[in-house]
Write a protein that binds this ligand. Structure first.
Ligand code: DGL
Length: 271
């Protein structure tokens, strides 16, 4: 039994896809969330910068006494996961391996589409892990650099002509190639799930990296007997590195519960 909270972080709103699933699976756990909204997006930056930012995010989270950290960010998971896991005495889990597992399980034709940030696609981490599970799989990848800024600006709803146009431009090549599974390899992308699913059609299985990361963390804590002794009533505290108001508004819509008044602001440059 371990009553300490779980730390979760992302470059912005995207990691809430992990928080939402963790809440559903483990409603008795406390969560501390950090979204680096002052420096989002990470995906267009260099490896060195991503590692530097991620170290600061973890240093802030570790001012709390945590039992585990989930990197709820595809970009940090593909680029800085090993560094963070090596440097920290508590488990640091990412979203890439769980999403690769889910994709290899889901595909029937072996044709898997992969979308993510430029840094994630460049790293080759998803492909390597998918191939480790299914050497015959054909992975067709596509960076989608405009998705994160659009989501952070609240442009994720069906019927929004801007996001629908960008989705069709990025995803048309994957649709043409006939993928039957599409890995949403950036944790912001599940906020676009409806728009993406409308475009790809009902026969394409979407793999939500944020939710898969939450499932893997829940399994690990359960296996290690490290859950709190509560089955409900866990709390969640949110921190961001820019205006709380914008985050609170979008987070409340996305999570489906009101987070107003529970969001703090952090000067992440201090860590
Ligand atoms: N949610 C992050 C990810 O999963 C977004 C990265 C970014 O800020 O570009 O990759």
């Amino acid at each position: 039994m371990d009553p300490r909270p779980i730390g979760v972080f992302d470059s912005g709103l995207g990691g809430l896809t992990t928080v939402r699933e963790l809440r559903r699976l483990l409603p008795g756990e406390d969560i501390v969330y950090f979204g680096d909204t002052g420096r989002v997006p990470y995906g267009s930056r260099s490896r060195e910068t991503i590692i530097r930012y991620a170290r600061q995010d973890v240093a802030f989270l570790r001012t709390f006494d945590l039992k585990l950290i989930v990197i709820a960010c595809g970009t940090v998971s593909t680029t800085a996961m090993e560094v963070l896991a090596r440097e920290n005495p508590i488990p640091v889990l990412g979203v890439v391996a769980p999403a690769a597992d889910a994709a290899a399980r889901a595909t029937r034709s072996g044709k898997i589409g992969l979308i993510g940030t430029q840094a994630s696609i460049r790293s080759g981490a998803y492909e390597a892990l998918i191939h480790a599970r299914d050497p015959m799989a054909q992975v067709i990848s596509q960076p989608c650099p405009l998705f994160v800024p659009l989501v952070e600006n609240g442009r994720f709803r069906p019927g929004d002509v801007v996001i629908e146009t960008v989705v069709s431009e990025y995803l048309a090549p994957l649709k043409r190639r006939g993928v039957d599974t599409l890995v949403l390899g950036c944790t912001h992308y599940p906020l676009l799930e409806e728009v993406i699913s409308n475009f790809m059609g009902p026969d394409v299985t979407l793999v939500n990296a944020g939710a898969e990361g939450a499932r893997a963390a829940a399994e690990r804590l359960t296996f290690e007997g490290a859950l709190s002794n509560r089955t409900e009533g866990g709390g969640c505290r949110y921190f961001v590195s820019d205006r709380q108001e914008d985050f609170s508004r979008l987070a409340s819509i996305f999570l489906g519960w009101d987070v107003t008044g529970q969001v703090g602001q952090v000067d992440i440059g201090q860590y």
